[in-house]
Design a protein. Structure first.
Lengths: 171, 171
């Protein structure tokens, strides 16, 4: 069961769904998958093909990776209002990390097919979501680039060796 | 002067303009700004508001930053087929780096206003460009995240301290 009134109020507070008209929000809410997960339950696994974005409505999940020695490296804990897997919406690739619930959690998912349906039914709504997604990715890229610059600055000799992913040669 | 025949062939080889129909490419070509720059000439400056994407058709430019001590840190050299400033198209923010020509170069620019015009005139073409942009940002984010994970793995104690920009709390 989805609480539409709650979702109508909550979704616009998330970067992804900012600026959307109510009818677009209603379309999206109708598409959302609902997942009740318990501690230790896996939500997605590193290496799998990702096909959905997940939103944390309540509870908590842990994002972690297995390093090349098979060790579990904890990356971040996500709580209410946070999300993960959004890169899958635009670029189907293997999940770069695993996600496991650490507390009983309510998650909503939006799949790549749902986004395609939105494009077919509501172009302006779709455009807004894709713009929000690109803006969010852009923000994060600025953050990670800044971190790499900072790490480079800590070792001045290496500063000119770190090639930020500013661009790539055409295929 | 723009060489439309050359641009029609060249643009689709760039990640951004992949998959576009010829009429959309022609619209975009008509919008492109043309910039002939000479060595030492500045193309954009760190801290300025960015309002355009630049494509390098020929020649070479250097991307560099000024660190907190006023030192010039070289980041990357970009040649034919590479581009910079694309985050400005979706998220008007201060330029995170400066760009200066190192060889005589021919650059094309596409501004945020041009993209708005494309949206008004050719929604499917606009959607394709925004999707390409988001996909490109997503690819880069995977690269920079992988680099941060690698740096974290080099210092195992810090591994759990580095918070990748997996998500952010809603505003």
């Amino acid at each position: 069961m989805k609480d539409e009134a709650d979702l109508l109020q909550w979704l616009p507070s998330i970067a992804f769904f900012g600026g959307l008209e109510v009818p677009t929000l209603q379309r999206i809410i109708a598409m959302l998958g609902v997942h009740h997960v318990v501690p230790e339950q896996e939500v997605c696994r590193q290496g799998e093909a990702g096909r959905a974005l997940y939103l944390v409505r309540s509870g908590e999940v842990l994002v972690w990776r297995e390093d090349e020695h098979g060790r579990r490296v904890k990356l971040v804990r996500l709580g209410p209002g946070e999300f993960f897997g959004e890169m899958a919406l635009i670029d189907i690739q293997k999940r770069s990390a695993s996600v496991t619930a650490t507390r009983p959690a309510l998650l909503y998912s939006l799949g790549t097919r749902d986004l395609l349906t939105l494009y077919n039914d509501d172009v302006p709504g779709y455009v807004m979501v894709i713009q929000n997604l690109a803006r969010e990715l852009s923000r994060r890229l600025r953050v990670t680039n800044a971190r790499l610059h900072q790490l480079a600055a800590d070792d001045e000799d290496e500063a000119t060796l770190i090639r930020p992913a500013v661009s790539r040669r055409p295929r």
